[in-house]
Every structure is written in structure tokens, then in C-alpha cells.
Design a protein around this ligand. Structure first.
Ligand code: ATP
Ligand code: MG
Length: 423
């Protein structure tokens, strides 16, 4: 049976000096996890990765290469013998395919990393083009060709014309572990993807308020966790029941009275009068409780930071002042990779990674159901802290952490289910 060979170009790895070996090892390990259930052979040589597989594994391999973080590009190649006759034939075959797809003009680009090979790159281009040129199959156009046929002479010789873009970034697992607060919205999956692209392994947690939030809302977040796993090799979602915490916040916002007179208080930094409606703080209190609970999960799974999808000014809870309050309840570094992006930019990435369609499904998030009509816009830490202390909900938070449910999603299982051959 014919073997297909994919040629994969590694990303930023080429820049990473002494870390290079570790990064390459991790990349190969990641690919092997994706492809654990299909037959394929992965090799790394001189800054290139090769994947050899039978035709029936091609869909699995192509899925993997479309999602694998740490590569800049890849191509399905035709392998030929290392002599100019074989190359000329292979180029001709590629040109035939290109013509079938409507190409009229072509050029050849050759690379020769094997310097012993008798011809230089220029001669390879000239000679390998001869059959296409002499038969008039395609015309040469070196400036704006319809198709560029590439030849790489290495320990084997590869001929190909379609190059696909890779996800770039650093291989997942080379930059620590973070816990993503994954809601059903557009932002948090994109935030997770951004961190994975920097090499971070991303685990997830989701707060739900059953029966106020539906089973469908949870299913939607699990589908998003599956997308995170497609890029991140594997992820676990910690589903944390937060109904009781939410009820407690609701109760406090009805019954709380300030222990001090705030009627003439202004924030010294903003000069704005203090909001004295306890209900206005409820979203922020929920955020603080989430940070506490997520910190417990993170410590338990040895994650080194929390990640959210917040973006400055996007909603009331994401003003500078309110984010300061949220962060005060977080016991680890908090990363907000979308902080300087606008919604349009976030949507572009959501569409690219395939989370958009799921994120826009209409199931309500828990925060929406409990959100106040007029949320505080510029909370001051002192008042938020007073309310938070009045909640007295450390025990409730610990309980919700202990009652969490954990589900695992992996690229390996996805590949096995959708494209598997040996399972
Ligand atoms: P997203 O699009 O990610 O839902 P958003 O624009 O709706 O964000 P908020 O609802 O204010 O903004 O949430 C801000 C961030 O807080 C989210 O990006 C997410 O990281 C976290 N978050 C909010 N709700 C939840 C939840 N129910 N479970 C886990 N994390 C949450
Ligand atoms: Mg949301």
C-alpha cells in the first residue's frame, strides 16, 4: 500500500536556542498523542517533522496538523527518488493535478539541504521544469504563478504544491499550566486558545447554577472544552455547582446594611460618589467567589495561574476598578490575554478556531440570570470587601469545590471517534 508523507515546518522553535530540544520533543510527543489510535509514523529531522501514514490515516493526520500548536505550515508531499529524472516526473504529476484545478502558469522553487546532491537549486528548478515546459502543460510565470511547485532535497526528496498554514505558537506543555474560567460566551475560549499558543497547558473550570442555568448551557460549555482540547491536546473541565453561592449573594444584596455612613464618600482616585446599593455589587461578588473557588481548583491541580476572557471596558464588570476588585480575590497570578482586544478581533479568532458557532448558542450563563439592573461601574475595594466579608461564604465555596464534577476531553479521543482506523 502507498505511504503518504507529510512535511511539517516547525514554528518559532527555530528561535529558541538551548530550549530547542525540549520544545521539539514536546511537539513530537503532542503529535503522537493526537495520533495514538491511528497508524502513522512521526519523525523529526533537521528542523522538519515528517509524518508517514497510509492513505486511510490521512484525515486524522490532516486534522492533527490543522490543530497542532507549534508549526508554521505543512504539506502533503509526493516522495521521489533523489535523481533529477524522478523529480521531473514528480513535478509533472503535480503540474497535471494543478492543471485539473484550473492552473495555467507555474514556477518551481527548490531547496537543497543535502549539499552533496550534484545539482544546485537553480539547476534543479530548470531541469525539473523541463517536461512540464516542453509538453506545454503549463506556462512558466516566475512573478505571479497560479501554482508554485516545491522541491526539497533532503535525506529523501519531496515534491508538493499546496502548503497549508499551521497554528504557529509554542508547543502546548512547554510553558506551565493555567486554569481557564470557561463560560459559554465568546471570549473565554479565545482567551484559552491565546494562552495555549504561548505553550501553556490549559485546564478549565465552569460555574453553573442548576436549575437556574440549563443542562444545555452546561453541554455548550463542554462542547467548548472539547474545542480547547482539539488545540491543547487534552483538557479537564471542572464543573462547579454555584447555586448556593449565588443564592447567598442574592440574600446579602437584599439584607445588607453598611456599617459606616457612605452618603458623602467619594472615591479619591475617580472623584465619583460611592454606590451604596448592595445589589449593584452582586455580579462583582460573584466574580470574587469564582476567583476564590477557581484558586482552590488551581492549587489542587497544580496550575500556576488563572485565565479569564475579560477585555477592558467590554461590560460593567470589566472596568479598571472592577477588575481590581475581582483580582483581589484571586490567590494566583491572573492572566487576561484579551485585555486589549475589541469584540471584532475576538470574533475573528473565535471563527478561526471554530468556537464561534457554539458560543453564540442562546443558553444563558449563570451571571446573566442573577445580574443586577444597574451594576456598579467603578467599585471601590473597601466596599466590595465589606460585602464579601458579610457573605461569609468560605465554607460554601469550599463545599462547591468539593462537589465539583470533572470531565476529560482529548484530541486523541476526538481523532479516534471521528477518523480512527484501528479502534
Ligand atoms: P465570555 O464571553 O467569556 O462569557 P463575557 O464577555 O460574557 O465573557 P463576563 O460574563 O463578564 O464576560 O465574564 C468574564 C469572564 O469571567 C469570562 O470570560 C470567564 O473567563 C469568566 N466567567 C464568567 N462566567 C463564568 C462561568 N459561569 N464559569 C466560568 N467562568 C466564567
Ligand atoms: Mg459570559
Amino acid at each position: 500500500m502507498d505511504t503518504v508523507t507529510y512535511l511539517v515546518k516547525l514554528g518559532e522553535l527555530t528561535l529558541k536556542g538551548s530550549n530547542l530540544k525540549e520544545f521539539e520533543k514536546r511537539l513530537v510527543h503532542n503529535v503522537q498523542l493526537y495520533l495514538e489510535t491511528v497508524s502513522a509514523r512521526v519523525q523529526l529531522r533537521a528542523g522538519r517533522m515528517y509524518i508517514d501514514c497510509p492513505e486511510e490515516s490521512c484525515k486524522a493526520v490532516e486534522f492533527t496538523l490543522q490543530h497542532l500548536i507549534g508549526i508554521t505550515g505543512w504539506a502533503r508531499t509526493q516522495v521521489c527518488e533523489k535523481n533529477i529524472e524522478s523529480m521531473t516526473e514528480a513535478v509533472y504529476e503535480q503540474a497535471l493535478k494543478a492543471k485539473e484545478n484550473g492552473a495555467k502558469t507555474f514556477k518551481i522553487e527548490a531547496r537543497r539541504s543535502e549539499k552533496q546532491f550534484s545539482l544546485n537549486s537553480y539547476d534543479i528548478c530548470r531541469e525539473a521544469a523541463s517536461k512540464v515546459f516542453d509538453t506545454g502543460l503549463l506556462a512558466v510565470d516566475v512573478h505571479n504563478p497560479d501554482v508554485t511547485i516545491r522541491i526539497e532535497v533532503r535525506e529523501r526528496c519531496f515534491v508538493y504544491n499546496d502548503t497549508n498554514k499551521g497554528c504557529r505558537g509554542l508547543p502546548v506543555g512547554t510553558a506551565g499550566k493555567g486554569l481557564l474560567l470557561l463560560s459559554g460566551g465568546l471570549d473565554s475560549p479565545v482567551a484559552g486558545y491565546r494562552m495555549m499558543r504561548r505553550g501553556m497547558k490549559v485546564e478549565c473550570c465552569y460555574f453553573h447554577a442548576y436549575p437556574y442555568t440549563s443542562v444545555e448551557a452546561q453541554k455548550k460549555v463542554e462542547d467548548l472544552a472539547q474545542i480547547i482540547a482539539q488545540y491543547g491536546v487534552e483538557t479537564h473541565i471542572n464543573i462547579i455547582p454555584f447555586t448556593e453561592v449565588q443564592m447567598r449573594i442574592k440574600e446579602i444584596s437584599r439584607t445588607f446594611t453598611w456599617p459606616v455612613d457612605l452618603s458623602n464618600e467619594k472615591d479619591v482616585r475617580t472623584g465619583i460618589r460611592i454606590n451604596t446599593n448592595p445589589e449593584a455589587y452582586s455580579t462583582l461578588l460573584l466574580r470574587m467567589c469564582m476567583m476564590r473557588a477557581a484558586s482552590l481548583v488551581a492549587k489542587h491541580i497544580k496550575a500556576q495561574c488563572l485565565i479569564t476572557g475579560e477585555s477592558l471596558g467590554q461590560v460593567a464588570s470589566q472596568t479598571m476598578e472592577n477588575m481590581e476588585v475581582t483580582e483581589s480575590a484571586c490567590e494566583l497570578p491572573l492572566f487576561r490575554p484579551l485585555i486589549g482586544l475589541d469584540k471584532e478581533e475576538i470574533i475573528i479568532t473565535a471563527k478561526t478556531i471554530g468556537s464561534y458557532e457554539t458560543s453564540i448558542l442562546p443558553y444563558e450563563d449563570c451571571c446573566v440570570l442573577f445580574s443586577p439592573k444597574h451594576p456598579v461601574l467603578r467599585a471601590r475595594l473597601q466596599e466590595a470587601q465589606m460585602l464579601y466579608d458579610a457573605l461569609d461564604c468560605d465554607a460554601l465555596i469550599k463545599e462547591s469545590f468539593e462537589k465539583r464534577e470533572v470531565k476529560m476531553f482529548s484530541a486523541r479521543n476526538y481523532v479516534a471517534e471521528h477518523f480512527g482506523t484501528n479502534n
